[in-house]
Design a protein around this ligand. Sequence first.
Ligand SMILES: *[C@@H]1O[C@H](CO)[C@@H](O)[C@H](O)[C@H]1NC(C)=O
Ligand SMILES: *[C@@H]1O[C@H](CO)[C@@H](O)[C@H](O)[C@H]1NC(C)=O
Ligand SMILES: [Zn+2]
Length: 419
Amino acid sequence: MGTKYTMALLGLLTLLVCELVEVVNSNRTEALRIMENVPVIDGHNDLPWQLLSGFNNQMNKVDLVTLNTTHTNIPKLREGRVGGQFWAAYVPCDTQGKDAVKRTLEQIDVIHQMCERYPNDFLCVNSADGIAEAFRTKKVASLIGVEGGHSIDSSFGVLRTFYNLGVRYMTITHSCNVPWVDNWLVDTGSDPATSNGLSEYGRNVVLEMNRLGMIVDLSHVSLKTMKDALEVSQAPVIFSHSSAYKLCNHARNVPDDVLKIVKEKKGLVMVNFFNDYVTCSKVAKLSNVADHFDYIKLIAGYESVGFGGDYDGVPRVPEGLEDVSKYPDLVAELLKRGWTEMELEAALAGNFIRVFKEVEQTSIRMSSEKPKDEPIAYKEIESDCRTNYGYNIPSGTGAHPHVGKGLLLLMCLFYTLFA
Ligand SMILES: *[C@@H]1O[C@H](CO)[C@@H](O)[C@H](O)[C@H]1NC(C)=O
Ligand SMILES: *[C@@H]1O[C@H](CO)[C@@H](O)[C@H](O)[C@H]1NC(C)=O
Ligand SMILES: [Zn+2]
């Protein structure tokens, strides 16, 4: 009697467990089926930074198939059904006013090299049509995003040259102010507001990006900058790797009022997976990331949400999202939460492609406008490291090197005379 009862209970339990496994598995199978046609386009990956910091960009010493010290390698991208990736041409803020432009060019070069060295896996593209071509040929559409306005060194000429090299978004700040725009650290009180959002020059940078067809990325900028850029930009904008402020009060995330403007302007917030932005703590799980997808969908609509993992740019990622092979698990979780196939296809790729096409159309619309050419005020960029060609600055009047040298001379004189 007792044994029979136990057996029956065991049978029931087994059935229940099987059912559960079935539900989870079937959602994952379904996720893979959806991603077969519509792979994920991710807004931000820092593999190029790993190539610089780990290998000094010596691509002859790297094998992107067997590389196992990063979140990203080619087999993981395949397993994760990644069909498009914005690779970040990121250089840290301490290059500002020094070698930022040279180092950014080198990061652009290393992305070009990824495509040249792995032509069966990466296709460097710079248009919405290019993404479709990569999807068709089952390669990772590889796009370039410059992370931080410091990379253009306050120069429209550099901005246009980046565009010509294939750069299709610029995050207008990283974690530092630029002479023409404020970053998110202004909102935490660690940086002073120097431009109060976008300065007049900054507004012109945004308009020049619109004219060129370069997407304006607002991850890392201050709240005032977000609002200024959303107002000024003639095309939809993106947050390439930011999450919802309501769920984690971090200034890198997007608050509700901004989410509503993003919805109105048909822009896009690509959810960042970094634990610290997902739960405002060191630990996070896949389900916490899914909460951000649900929340942004609730406030901004499914047409304004996307994926922006920030892989290889952060020291911690959530349990269940350990590397770029895990996107299908997140899609399975969203299916479990009731996301429809149509909504998922939008979040995976459709929303980004819509924004990109709109940015391309805006560029065509603005094609009769002249390129911006008014230089930034000399005082904004004056430093010992620069020449002042073109500015017509009379030599010897207040330029630092002369003052510095004069002082030094005086001090030397003093020393020799009185020491
Ligand atoms: C990672 O790759 C290195 C070099 O190819 C190899 O020696 C090592 O065993 C690998 N480690 C793991 C955990 O696979
Ligand atoms: C996914 O999971 C949910 C909830 O567990 C279930 O109701 C649904 O049938 C599953 N969907 C698929 C396609 O398997
Ligand atoms: Zn970033």
